[in-house]
Write a protein that binds this ligand. Sequence first.
Ligand code: ANZ
Ligand code: ZN
Length: 806
Amino acid sequence: MAYDHKEIESKWQGAWDKAANFSQDFSDKPKKYILVEFPYPSGAGLHMGHLRSYVAADVISRFLRAGGSNVMFPIGWDAFGLPAENYAIKMGVKPQASIAENIGNFRKQLDALGLSFDWSREVNTTDPDYYKWTQWIFLQFFKAGLAYEATGFINWCPKDKTGLANEEVIDGRCERCGTLVEKKELRQWYLKITAYADKLLDGLKDLDWPDAVKLQQQNWIGKSEGAEIDFKLVFKKNPGDNSWVDKDGNPAHISVFTTRPDTIFGATYLVLAPEHPWVRLATDADHDALLNRKKVLDFIESVRNKPEMERIAQDREKSGVELEGVTAINPATGKEISVWIADYVLANYGTGAVMAVPAHDERDFSFAKKYNLGIIKVIKPDHEIDECYSGEGMLIDSGEFTSISSSTAKSEMAAKFGRVKVFYKLRDWVFSRQRYWGEPIPLIHCKQCGIVPVPDNQLPVKLPDVDKYEPTGTGESPLASIADWVNIKCPKCGGEAKRETNTMPQWAGSSWYWLRYTDPKDAEQFAAKKNQEYWTPVDTYFGGMEHTTLHLLYARFWNRFLFDQGFVSAPEPFLRRIPHGIVLASDGEKMSKSRGNVVNPDDLISKFGADATRMYEMFLGPHELSVSWNERGIVGVKRFLDKIYRFGESGEFGADNAKIHKLVQKITSDIEHIKFNTAVAAFMEFFNDFGTMSRADWEKFLKLLSPFAPYITEELWHMLGHTDSVHTQPWPQYDESLIKDETVEIVISVNGKKRGTIRLPAGLEGNDLKQAVDSSELYAKLGLKDKKKEKIITVPDKLVNFVIKE
Ligand code: ANZ
Ligand code: ZN
């Protein structure tokens, strides 16, 4: 007989005192800050990925509360940005309205799941009382010189009609809609995240994060130590003339960035990115340096919209064209070498130019083969190799550096031919969007005073309420056409001025939200220092794998900056990060509407109950791995819950059972180690054959199960006659002496080599263990009786090793 999950769940959902989950500022109990990524309240509602993080975090929070901690487990809404705006456009409503409706729906879903959030701390990034502080923080960046305006080629999504940050371009496509990203020249606001590259790298060391996640951030920041070296240019048209300067007065040389200055004697040509500023200049009709200008321009055009990923792919054929009429001088050899542009050199990394060393760099090698360029070996490999050797070794044919090892010579050669230089892959964060639904950037453009920050007492700069907010596609925000919002008096001189009309990216509000939770209603500051000091850093942060180089990097950046400014109390925001794997559909494919394989949490809750949904979600597999949904699995979990319900109803209690102690130990340890799937399995195994259970054992069992299945355990707890809640009971303890196995397998080895095993009573140590082994059959069989033992090593419950003279 199935229990009536609907009745039980709706009964307790209404009855639970929500305040029971509220956390106390400055309590004497140990604090724990458990955070889950707050959701975008999209129209689709909760999905399986949310559930994975939310249920896991809820289990931990309930467990820690029962263990006596003052747990903060807050939630809120990350509601600005493209997804919300696109949804509103599709539905033909204002984002304000659709957001409010979606939040209502999300809230219902979260409550139905029995998630024990502290709703007293709810935040919403689109609430003016919240984004006032997002704007205020932006102004701190601006005042510190870390927010700046520049015109440059940025990533542009033609479908979403807005600029994107590098982090939002995944394999050349828009992170949101999958459209191929184009390059567009636009005036943009940038945040100078590059100024924090080293701090963001160093900070990783102290974090309890999965190595894979740390490595991804490290690679994204991409620190490279090397040298910048200048190559003088020579012009065929006026061979003697080395005074050729550009409009800015730069002398005629090209600077390259290399991580291998030790290979400079093997540099046989230069390669520039097609977008290199010098190439732009030289192809200008005013200049006559290039003899093949037309061909060069054609090539530039052909690579213009090639995705970066494609350009740098190792195995792809590289193409380029020589800049005829120009050569360069290799500063080490004094030899004249040719100058090329090629697709495999990127404009926005290093100096946008490389010295090509085909003998020791794969990309240069295949390029040199294709265009028949010189290949000069300057490093002797320490073993036999293929044609191109990219490792270290002894330098050859390298002038005074010959016979020195390449690694030793590196720094000296960097200094002699150029200067030591560090580059990062990380780019400054393109921080403006040409869309309506975001925080207005709180700046004012005045003809007299230039760019003026909006004074603090005029924050927030509210988004105007408008009827038309579709993107324009011109590179201007829709706000630009709202004259009475845009035109304003300059706060400094009182003259005519205009508001900045770009808005912030969707990542702004989430770059500091965990700080606001510590002090969510503060009107004077974004969060009082003493609240932060009590709560932060976040102890455990649950969320998706996909946010590693977006949200997690941005959040660490804002936190570090605010820390340096003295506004934040901890340098790193999130001590422990637990990412979850993806939940795939039962066919092993990604869940998607178009495939029609999406599993809807509402349906599951209605059909099987929130408890079964939660438990099955945890049972699916290790938290960090991708798992496949399986309808049969949830049926099994529901049956398990039916069984325990029937047992509770029957009230057939017997004698105490030591097995419950083992279960307490197992569940406690599994929760601590985020091994929820094995915890669920342990519950089922236990219940399959526990033999007998006393009323006290049963109460322990219910408590253990309560973080996973909060409704049914509450019902069964009350069935015992209790009037208080199972969720306010302390976590059960176990008796060490009762969890030992009665017998254990002991490995017998001789001189460290395993010779067999024997079964012995558990808990034997030292001489007792030796004596038990002495009287075993194996001992006799191995002839150990007559051997002279130099040493006998015993490990209780595991092993006895005899060290003997052979
Ligand atoms: C000469 C050389 C010789 C190089 C050699 C490598 C091996 P990472 O480690 O990624 O920083 N490079 C520099 N700027 C580039 C750009 N804008 N586009 C494409 N490639 C660029 O790589 C640095 C190396 O990548 C540099 O060192 C340069 O090639 C190339 F045996 O210089 B090397
Ligand atoms: Zn002014």
